[in-house]
Design a protein around this ligand. Structure first.
Ligand code: SF4
Length: 466
């Protein structure tokens, strides 16, 4: 059996990358893919032909850890089916597993890597395929790493939009959140580094650059000691030549000041839409969450963003310890007031090791879930009405995927890929490419999907002929 294993390992090694969790993880997966290709390994999407299963995990919530462990179990079963196969687990789960309990549960895993060196997978595999042991990583390593423009990266997310991770880690320390303990303190790339990567992506044909971080608004604060460099970055990106758009995601409301709003208004390339997770609108709940912003200031930020012409996507949390019926009503009223164009809602999950998990006033899980369901139902109603109001109008749609026979799947400008709603477009001419923005006249709508036809001579929202 051992001889067979060695024979297997002399063949070209094909790696199957599995990326769980958020777009920040997707970028790290792209860095691993880049390092593997540079080192001469191959990539495959086919489990059967793969020699290595590399799983980039998420551990933000219990549900994410369950999903990661399910994937590890599946990989261990896959490994047993053919001698010589290897399983490597990377990302947030090994970083979260500070006492090694998860590692101990899966002895078939050949190596565990944290978040600090996704490119290190190439060196790990060289050792493993050379039958050399990988030094055991018992404890999570410090989180200090962030890639830059010189790091080889495969944009695994898409061929027409690309995530640009401008910073990693977080110093906001919201009381419910494990991220600072998993991904470490804020560390930002330089403006120069992000602009250089953006220029390279645009020259390769990417038309949508999506700026991401744990808190995108905090970009640069670790260097300046307080002032965000996001306005400076947006101004520099705006000057780049080429045809592309910028999307901003994950901006903490406390990071937004008037200078930033002015920068949003000035940036011609910025899609007038912002992903700003507010979590709650009730002052006492926000204070207990350690959100660094008062309810009054947050509603001022929302008002100013809307006055500046931006629509807002947000995430909300129900059932945080101490949330009263009245607090929840305030949240529901904010949803009903339609200040948010898109909403994701979650029930509070007490994560061991966070201050919130030990707080008094725990809201029963059933109540928290029922409140989340109430908000989701309200939002569905609002979304259905808003979509139906678009019937007969022409909207701009970013084409994402050719569905064949003149049909494309796409999304409205405000909608982020893989998260928000889809527009199903028919009667498209041939020759269109992914990432192109086309006029689509809406013919039918449901709560989270729009259907329409490609129509170059369409009508603007409001019914005016072009
Ligand atoms: S801003 Fe708050 S919720 Fe977001 S990553 Fe930082 S600590 Fe977690």
């Amino acid at each position: 059996m051992k001889k067979h294993a060695e024979e297997q390992r002399t063949q070209p090694c094909l790696v199957r990358l599995i990326s769980l969790g958020c777009p920040k993880n997707t970028v790290d997966t792209g860095v691993a893919a880049g390092a593997l290709l540079v080192a001469g390994f191959g990539l495959t999407a086919d489990d059967d032909e793969a020699d290595v299963m590399w799983i980039n995990t998420c551990a933000f919530l219990l549900s994410a850890r369950k999903e990661a462990m399910e994937e590890i179990r599946r990989a261990c079963t896959w490994k047993k089916r053919r001698a010589g196969r290897l399983v490597v687990v990377a990302g947030c789960l090994p970083q979260w597993d500070k006492d090694g309990a998860v590692r101990a549960k899966y002895p078939l895993v050949d190596a565990w890597e944290g978040i600090d060196d996704p490119a290190g997978i190439a060196a790990v595999l060289k050792r493993l395929t050379g039958n050399k042991p990988v030094p055991e990583q018992k404890k999570a390593r410090p989180c200090t790493w962030i890639y830059d423009e010189t790091t080889p990266r495969l944009t695994v997310e898409s061929e027409h939009f690309a995530y640009l991770k401008i910073a990693d880690g977080c110093c906001n320390c919201c009381t419910y959140c494990l991220i600072p303990s998993i991904r470490g303190a804020l560390r930002s790339r330089t403006v120069k580094s992000v602009v250089a990567e953006a220029a390279s992506l645009v020259s390769l044909g990417y038309r949508e650059l999506i700026l991401i971080a744990q808190d995108t608004g905090a970009f640069g604060r670790d260097r300046t000691g307080g002032k965000s460099e996001l306005p400076e970055l947006l101004a520099a990106l705006d000057k780049l030549p080429g045809e592309f758009r910028i999307r901003l995601m994950y901006v903490h409301p406390a990071s937004i000041d008037d200078a930033m709003i002015r920068a949003f208004k000035k940036c011609r390339r910025l899609i007038p839409h912002i992903e700003m997770p507010v979590q709650h609108v009730s002052g006492p709940v926000m204070a207990a969450m350690n959100r660094h912003i008062t309810a009054e200031r947050q509603s001022e930020v929302i008002r100013k963003l809307r006055e500046a012409g931006l629509t807002i996507r947000t995430t909300l949390m129900t059932g945080f310890p101490g949330e009263t019926e009245e607090d929840f009503r305030l949240l529901l009223d904010a949803v009903k007031s339609r200040v948010f164009s898109r909403i994701g809602v979650f029930a509070f999950s007490p994560e061991d090791g966070t201050p919130a998990a030990a707080m008094k006033g725990r809201v029963p899980a059933k109540t928290a879930a029922a409140r989340a369901a109430w908000i989701a139902a309200e939002q569905e109603k609002i979304s259905r009405e808003a979509n139906r109001a678009l019937a007969g109008q022409t909207v701009e749609v970013i084409l994402d995927e050719d569905a064949g026979r003149g049909r494309w799947r796409g999304r409205m400008l405000m909608d982020a890929p893989d998260i928000d709603q889809t527009v199903h477009v028919s009667q498209c001419p041939s020759g269109l490419t992914a990432g192109t923005v086309v006029p689509v006249t809406v013919t039918r709508a449901s709560a989270y999907d729009l259907y329409g036809t490609y129509e170059p001579e369409g009508r603007e929202p409001g019914g005016k002929d072009k």
